[in-house]
Design a protein around this ligand. Sequence first.
Ligand SMILES: [Zn+2]
Length: 182
Amino acid sequence: MAGQIRRVAGLEYELVRKKVKNLNLRVRRDGTVAVSVPMRVSADQADAFVAQRMGWVIGAKQQVARAARKQQDCPPPSKEECLALFEPISQKVYPAFAGVLGGQPPQLQVRDMTSRWGVCNMEKKRITLASRLALQPRAAVEYVIVHEYCHFVHPNHQKEFWALVEQFLPDWKARRAMLRHG
Ligand SMILES: [Zn+2]
């Protein structure tokens, strides 16, 4: 939705009128500022709203810029490094799934994914893991690998699936909570 670009005390922001109840101010990942307001709110009222929150906006913009710099400084680890970490964990998990996999360990693949930590391809007997998973705590890495293996038995996230995960990792919830996004 294209909004109107406005300026308040040197700060540029995008004003978007929407069917919302409250005024909502946010700083996007690219550092731009957007304000969505209910239809009835005037542009002057939106300007005043932003002006009142200038301190917050400055802080949020700084935070976004810092996060962007950090990502640049720190490219994802190489696929070889990732496999060196993931393979031994996979080899430990594999024996319990040898039956369902027909005695053939799954193919491990690493990709620079950002939206998911892992993907299981049942037909191709392949597990794809995000390279950034290598930066997560080991307990969480183990959880993701066990999770993907369990998909060889249960394709969906049904009760039976989680029961199987729990059989291997009784503390899977705590491990999953360690996964940090971003
Ligand atoms: Zn899953």
